[in-house]
Structures are given as structure tokens and as C-alpha cells.
Design a binder for this molecule. Structure first.
Ligand SMILES: [Zn+2]
Length: 295
């Protein structure tokens, strides 16, 4: 899961407690001067680009599993790309923010250390200057559960709207956390094991895109409805016009003109054919009471 969160350099400002945690993982005894520490946000419970969400249970497991795990570069397996180690994690919630789907926002913050050395100079500079900041986590999980029906096997499609509700999948049953990585570009999913997705901004734009698609589909439905009502109006009021001509005229109209045309036709047909009219009585009454709309 790649998130556009800044790594926060903490430099050598490491407490005695943290130094003790670091030394539990280190082979030789390290002092505050030996280490460079920083924090990263590993993952959260918001909707990602794949329309997936870590469940509360998954976040809770990941928080424990990531302690002691390495931070690497670009999900590379080369030992020289193992650049730091996670010595402390915390599941943070209750800061007042909410997710895209309205739940309280939660995220895993990790504190990491690397040893100060000539080899790590560039890395430390990159973290300090904010060049290294996008993070992706690798983990293994057993189940994805639908946000609409709660089933793990259903026909609901992640990223689609059902009514006003966006469908996404909760990730459950995390069995292992492998590592986290700084990535230059968002990583791809690996053999169904690596959970690698996207940046926060991408997530937002994906949701915007899904909403726009939904609006387009509503607009199309509305236009089709208006077209069919206009065709009825033409047939009733201008029986001498062929349906082909009526259709050509309708196709020239934009949504606003079509809507106005339909209103005019329906007022007219309601007045001329009160019994045959397929349109609501309220509409007719209202129109009759308003002389400026009468033909
Ligand atoms: Zn479902």
C-alpha cells in the first residue's frame, strides 16, 4: 500500500526507551549518536486505488507484525537495499479525521532506525529533504470481505456504486507482514501476496472518477427518459410529423432544451387530452393555475 505520507526525520533525538528498543534488534550496542531515526506511516483504513481497505482487525495484526521488520528500497531483495529497521509501531486513531466511507481514520505509524555511516549518508539526506517518502507495505492475508453485503464471495464489484454506496473490499485475516519499502513509483501487486497499491491522491481521483461515471450514467438515464417523453409529445401533438423527423429534432436538443420541450409538450397534452394524459394530475393543476405557461 503506497501512501503519500512524509517520513519524519527525528535525527539523533532518540529517547533512552527507544534506544533500548533499537538495541534489542541490533547486534552491537548502539548509542544515540550511532543512529538516525525517523517515522513513517505504513498504512491506514482508507480506501486505496484498488478499492480495498484494511479492516480494524487487519490493522491491529499489522501493527504487531511490523515490529522488527526491515524497510527496504523498491521492494528489492538485495541485502544492500535493506536500509533500516522498524523498532516501534503504534496504531493511531481518534484525531477527528474520517475515511472516505465515514469511519474514524486509523493508521499505523512506525519508528525506524538506520545506522549513521558513509554508505547511508545519501539515504539520510533523502529522508531529511523529503525525497524519500512514499511507502508501500508487503503482507499476506486470507480474506477480502464486501463492504455492501459482508460476504467474501459475491457479485458486488469493488469501485462500483450501489445506490449511493461505493463498494469496496475489507482486507481481513492478515497472516504475515514481510517488509515495507520506499518506492519511487507505486509498486504492482505481486502474485496475490504483496498488498501494493497506491497513493492517497490517486485514491481520491479514483473515487472522483467512479462518482463521475455514476453521474454520467444518471445523465444518460435522464436523457433517455426525456427523449421517450418528447417522442410521445410529438406523436400526440404533431401526428403529421414522422417519428423519424421527431427523433431528428430531439437529437438536436441538449439536455436543457429537451427538458423544456418535454415540459411544454406535457402541459399541452394534459390540457388537450386530459383523460388520455399519462402525466400526473398535480402537474396539470399546477400548470392550469399558472397562466403564463399556457399555450
Ligand atoms: Zn457483496
Amino acid at each position: 500500500m503506497v501512501k503519500k505520507f512524509d517520513a519524519q526525520p527525528l535525527g539523533s533525538k532518540v529517547s533512552e526507551e527507544d534506544l533500548e528498543l533499537i538495541n534489542r534488534l541490533s547486534l552491537k550496542e548502539l548509542t544515540a549518536d550511532d543512529v538516525f531515526v525517523f517515522s513513517v506511516i505504513l498504512c491506514d483504513n482508507d480506501i486505496d486505488r484498488d478499492f480495498e481497505v484494511f479492516s480494524d482487525e487487519a490493522l491491529s495484526s499489522l501493527q504487531k507484525l511490523f515490529i522488527g521488520k526491515t524497510g527496504i528500497l523498491n521492494h528489492s531483495n538485495r541485502s544492500e537495499d535493506q536500509i533500516c529497521r522498524t523498532y516501534k509501531t503504534e496504531l493511531i486513531c481518534g484525531d477527528g479525521r474520517t475515511t472516505e466511507y465515514g469511519a474514524g481514520y486509523k493508521y499505523i505509524k512506525a519508528w525506524c532506525y538506520t545506522v549513521r555511516s558513509a554508505k547511508n549518508d545519501d539515504l539520510i539526506k533523502d529522508i531529511e529533504s523529503g525525497i524519500k517518502k512514499e511507502v508501500s507495505v508487503s503482507c499476506n492475508f486470507s480474506e477480502k470481505v464486501c463492504s455492501i453485503c459482508g460476504e467474501s464471495n459475491c457479485a458486488h464489484k469493488a469501485g462500483s456504486f450501489y445506490g449511493d454506496t461505493l463498494c469496496f473490499k475489507y482486507i481481513n485475516g492478515v497472516t504475515d507482514a514481510y517488509e515495507w519499502s520506499f518506492v519511487a513509483v507505486p509498486a504492482q501487486r505481486n502474485a496475490g501476496v504483496t498488498k501494493a497499491s497506491c497513493q492517497k491522491r490517486d485514491t481520491h481521483s479514483e473515487i472522483q472518477r467512479a462518482k463521475a461515471e455514476k453521474e454520467t450514467s444518471f445523465a444518460l438515464q435522464y436523457r433517455n427518459e426525456m427523449k421517450s417523453r418528447a417522442e410521445k409529445g410529438f406523436a400526440m401533438l404533431f401526428p403529421e410529423l414522422s417519428s423519424k423527423t421527431a427523433e431528428s429534432i430531439i437529437n438536436l436538443c441538449n439536455a436543457d432544451i429537451l427538458s423544456e420541450l418535454v415540459k411544454c409538450f406535457e402541459r399541452k397534452t394534459a390540457k388537450l387530452f386530459p383523460i388520455k394524459s399519462q402525466f400526473g394530475e398535480n402537474e396539470t393543476d399546477k400548470n392550469n393555475a399558472n397562466s403564463q405557461f399556457k399555450f
